[in-house]
Design a protein around this ligand. Structure first.
Ligand SMILES: C[S@@+](CC[C@H](N)C(=O)[O-])C[C@H]1O[C@@H](n2cnc3c(N)ncnc32)[C@H](O)[C@@H]1O
Length: 307
């Protein structure tokens, strides 16, 4: 049974002003305020082992909640892109501008040219352009490891000015205080201590092991639970986003009781599919809090009082 009675901290985050340079399917940018409201007001180092577009780090940096960051993702081209964003924002913005302008008048054909180039070179500006233009900003690869998502022909991708602002803004927030790695999440967690706050957002269980993810190490549910058990032993503070439900349909396995996590549900909006089918199903994303975090935040006492 989900605990929906906890009272999160108030967090003032200028949500619309957070610079998000990487368009990313599955980004937690819309839930960042909710997620951060379950985090301590002052975080030493915020670690994202499954960073993707690093929505939680960007949100925490925007409201000065954390002093340092560790952004990790097993997908190497994504991490190379993060390094360019943080360390060489002007160069990356110039290269994106050049790609964006070159496409004008031949957008469909140019997308394929950039996609072939990316598949040969893995250049960050090509990856950024593809993510800005592809369908649902979804990273998809074929069985030989080639990026194969198609363009969304209704969109040209963010304009160079907008992209430059986002890149520069993200760089200003993260530069000189962010460690950036492309490791398996287990290796990142080995390097974490109880002074860190760890936010984990593993791939949806439904997509683990599917064709699209063949190029990444698999996240096996039991192995993940065992790793969390290790974090509990070290008394690490962590939060895990782990699937959820739409209406009464639950996605993925729950994390087991023996981990003694508090399970919350965050309202993530109305399911588009359900709306199309004329149903009224809302989508909730699961968020689990580690025992140490619950204690630190005094959420155990608040929960008891509400009973
Ligand atoms: C659901 S996405 C994270 C989205 C992120 N929270 C955001 O706001 O954009 C999961 C990420 O985990 C990465 N990933 C998959 N397997 C991994 C592994 N074994 N170790 C580290 N990262 C992994 C994927 O490349 C993907 O970017």
């Amino acid at each position: 049974m989900a605990h929906q009675f906890l009272f999160p901290n108030e967090t003032l985050i200028p949500a619309n002003n957070i610079p998000h340079p990487i368009p990313y399917q599955g980004s937690k940018r819309n839930l960042a305020t909710d997620i951060l409201s379950y985090c301590p007001p002052k975080i030493g180092r915020l670690v994202e082992p499954f960073a993707g577009s690093a929505a939680i780090s960007l949100a925490a940096a925007s409201c000065d909640r954390a002093q340092e960051f560790w952004i990790n993702d097993a997908h190497k081209p994504l991490i190379d892109l993060w390094l360019e964003i943080i360390e060489r924002p002007d160069q990356l913005s110039d290269k994106y501008e050049s790609l964006w302008k070159n496409q004008l008048g031949r957008e469909r054909e140019y997308y394929d040219v950039v996609r072939s180039k990316f598949n040969k070179t893995h250049q960050s500006e090509c990856f950024l352009y593809l993510l800005a233009r592809c369908v649902k900003a979804a990273i998809r690869y074929n069985s030989s490891g080639g990026f194969n998502n198609s363009p969304d022909n209704r969109r040209k991708g963010a304009t160079p000015e907008t992209m430059r602002q986002r890149i520069t803004g993200a760089s200003q927030l993260l530069r000189h205080r962010t460690k950036v790695t492309s490791l398996d999440y287990k290796d990142v967690l080995l390097g974490c201590t109880r002074d860190d706050l760890i936010y984990m957002d593993p791939p949806y269980q439904g997509v683990c092991g599917s064709r699209d993810n063949r190029y990444l190490p698999k996240i096996d549910h039991d192995g993940f639970c065992e790793t969390l058990r290790g974090l509990n032993k070290k008394e690490c503070l962590y939060l895990v986003s782990y699937d959820g439900r739409t209406g009464t349909k639950t996605f993925g396995k729950r994390l087991p009781d023996h981990l003694e996590l508090v399970h919350l549900e965050i309202h993530a909006g109305r399911s588009t599919q359900a709306t199309l089918l004329g149903r009224n199903d809302d989508t909730y994303e699961s968020l689990y809090l580690s025992p140490g975090l619950v204690k630190l935040m005094g959420l155990d006492r608040k929960a008891k009082k509400t009973h």
